[in-house]
Design a protein around this ligand. Sequence first.
Ligand SMILES: [Mg+2]
Ligand SMILES: [Zn+2]
Length: 258
Amino acid sequence: MSKHTTSTSAARQASKPIVFCDFDGTVTLADVTDRILEELADPSWRELEAAWVSGMIGSRECLERQMALVNASSRQLNSLIDSIAIDPGFASFYTHVEKRGLPFYILSDGFDYVVRRILRRVGADGELRNGKHLFTSAMRLEGNRVRVSFPHDAKVCEHGCATCKAAIIRRLKRGHQPVIFVGDGLSDRFAVEESDLIFAKKQLLSHCRKNKIACLPFETFGEIEATLAELFGTEANRKQKSSKPLGIGTHTRVSFAD
Ligand SMILES: [Mg+2]
Ligand SMILES: [Zn+2]
């Protein structure tokens, strides 16, 4: 690649938003890992969950030990995964970000197999399905036992994450603004510290409110799509607007929570 091409593409990306999104409980309405554990694991998984919630262990150790308690056939696993409902606005939102050319990444403590199988239902393809924009834990079934691995970080991060969302965002956000994050849970608490515009629900919303992190509450992706369309609009109406429509910039968090 020539120097000229490199600098041109860097300039083009300079103010381009980038979108990072949690999967379980955000794209799906339920947390798939929790459902797998509830239905297919020894009940002692709940003790490990409590240890993670209290901060005694990281999500990596928690998931490794919890998934070792699962005893399931691939048929049972697939039928459970196929029963998980998806946010009714997600397919349209995904089409919207694709059309706008906004880079869109899914970051999840959940498992590649699960995420891909569910994304197939909403017709997601390209970089999301081929794994280039998908950062998850990995799993495979050996007999009725689940083996897990963490392909994106050989080393455990300072939070003990299964997939360190904060580290991935730090790595990928350079040259992009604002950094948009969509999530629902405790596994997103470190990610929001690296983000400028946060859409939050459930435990993540409580976490943001408790820690005075500005965010936009949401219930469905329909609301997020509408907000992004309003903020970043079409090419035509973007030119008509003033250069700083809502004062969003790096480290400027939009403060319309509540
Ligand atoms: Mg989640
Ligand atoms: Zn981490």
